[in-house]
Write a new protein. Structure first.
Length: 317
């Protein structure tokens, strides 16, 4: 009879000095599929921004069909460009779905050996979230690109990215270091700050000129400059929190994940701020706006990663 202290394969799980179970290293397939799922979720946000910035949001004017009576675009000279971009983005959903399925399937055996990590829960989020995203994306099309549904579409992606990044940390970060490496980081500050930056970013976008289609006039009722000022203030507050993290981790070994992640996040934030100010000064050119969106999801993912990595080894400040 298998002892309660053993796993399903009859092995006793390793424990730390405090008696808690130490997570087993994840097999290569689990790590690779986790990274692929995260990359796909990040990528689909960027291609979605491409749809909006090229005015192709209604290139497929209905959902789940692309054109009334057809699941594929019926190309006309005046609309083929927009229809091809929107339909191409819809097809990429199947790539995202494939990576999500692969991550979930690969995680099953490893999750059974590490029941306390809730790996299956986090691995399932990209799959479930992709289906939810299809519905929300469809509603944004059916409502004529209502800024509320477009914002919800983006924020749902952010939630999926957060859960996927946490899953990546769980299966790729290895064993937590010893108590001697403990350092207090402002994790709540990072969570609130990063969330505020993201939320206020959608407020700026929904009030700005890039509605996703030339015929769309629905915008948020507030002035874009007010939303921009609030968004910028939140970004500066987040930057302060990240600088605090960089300073507090400076004494840790160079290879420590908290030190590495905080420095990478600082670089991303500085780049994001530079692009943000540049796009405002240059009257929101599509190329810079697209770069800003790409940096936004990378910064969000980096902030979640720092919180997840630090939470494994540090107490919140």
């Amino acid at each position: 009879m298998t002892s309660p202290a053993m796993d399903a394969a009859g092995r006793s799980p390793a424990t730390s000095a405090s008696g808690t179970a130490v997570p087993e290293p994840a097999p290569r397939a689990v790590r690779v599929t986790a990274w692929l799922a995260l990359a796909a979720q990040l990528g689909i946000v960027v291609t979605g921004a491409l749809v909006r910035l090229t005015g192709s949001g209604l290139g497929c004017p209905t959902w789940p069909e692309c054109m009334p009576g057809s699941y594929t675009p019926v190309l006309h000279p005046a609309t083929r460009y927009h229809a091809a971009i929107e339909f191409g983005n819809r097809l990429l959903t199947f790539v995202v779905l494939a990576t999500a399925v692969a991550a979930l399937v690969a995680s099953r055996a490893h999750a059974r050996r590490n029941p306390g990590q809730r790996l299956l829960l986090f691995a399932a989020v990209p799959l479930v979230g992709t289906f939810a995203q299809a519905v929300v994306g469809g509603l944004s099309v059916l409502t004529g690109l209502s800024p509320w549904w477009v914002a919800a579409h983006f924020l749902l992606s952010a939630a999926i990215i957060a859960a996927t990044q946490i899953y990546v940390v769980k299966v790729t970060s290895g064993t937590p270091s010893s108590e001697t490496g403990a350092v207090a980081l402002p994790l709540r500050w990072l969570v609130v700050g990063a969330s505020a930056v993201l939320l206020l970013g959608t407020a700026v976008t929904g009030a700005g000129p890039h509605a996703g289609d030339a015929d769309v006039t629905q915008r948020f009722p507030w002035h874009p400059l007010l939303a921009t000022a609030l968004h910028s203030s939140a970004a500066w507050a987040l930057l302060v929190g990240v600088v605090v993290c960089v300073r507090r981790t400076s004494a840790l070994p160079a290879a420590d994940l908290r030190r590495l992640t905080s420095r990478r996040l600082l670089v991303l934030l500085i780049a994001q701020a530079a692009v943000g100010y540049a796009q405002t000064l240059l009257d929101l050119p599509a190329l810079l706006v697209g770069l800003h969106v790409a940096l936004a999801v990378l910064t969000w993912s980096g902030a979640v990663r720092l919180v997840a990595v630090a939470a494994r080894e540090s107490r919140p400040a």
